[in-house]
Design a protein around this ligand. Structure first.
Ligand code: QAP
Ligand code: CO
Length: 167
């Protein structure tokens, strides 16, 4: 099932997600629906917050052929190097806008997989950026929060105008 994606400046995007206690069938169904929604968009990453479910669940697939599904439940990151990278970011909740954001380049990810079993891996590059971007969603944070107030206001006004037209 394709889920509706909340768009900036929807206040529900500011909700802080709660950890998942057990990976139940409801979580499996949520992950399934989130991948379907991600591929339909299409996008590379989606946090449960964006579909108005306030649980710590993220789906990512950076591959061209949708073959590299990554599920992050209750993710944590540890900074591994002081290096930063600047990358043009977009967001399914901020459609049509792309801006440079600076993030940590090298992190260790700790999360639960779909089987409820903890895993760890070191990540760099686009995947490291994507994980940090999606984990921000779980904290109620958006990439536009890193931009100047002027840019953020411009984006907000343009999206609000579109939302009025659509409503
Ligand atoms: C986050 O973003 C990300 O504006 C994932 O019209 C983005 O999947 C991490 C999308 C870039 C690192 C680098 C955005 C789709 C998808 C749009 C996405 C749009 C349609 C964004
Ligand atoms: Co996003």
């Amino acid at each position: 099932m394709i889920l509706d994606i909340l768009e900036f400046p929807d206040p529900r995007l500011r909700t802080v997600a709660k950890p998942v206690e057990t990976v139940t069938d409801d979580i499996l169904k949520l992950v399934d629906d989130m991948f379907e929604t991600l591929y339909d968009a299409p996008g590379i990453g989606l946090a449960a917050t964006q579909v108005n479910v306030h649980k710590q669940v993220i789906v990512i697939d950076l591959s061209e052929d949708r073959s590299e599904q990554l599920v992050l439940i209750n993710p944590e990151v540890e900074v591994l190097a002081g290096d930063y990278q600047e990358m043009q970011e977009g967001c399914l909740s901020v459609p049509g806008f792309y801006e440079e954001v600076t993030r940590i380049d090298h992190v260790r990810l700790k999360a639960l997989g779909l089987d409820g079993v903890p895993y760890e891996r070191e990540v760099t590059g686009l995947l490291a950026v994507c994980i940090q971007h999606e984990m921000d969603h779980l904290k109620g944070k958006l990439f536009v929060d890193y931009l100047s107030p002027l840019k953020r206001t411009r984006i907000r006004k343009k999206l609000e105008k579109q939302h009025k037209i659509r409503a």
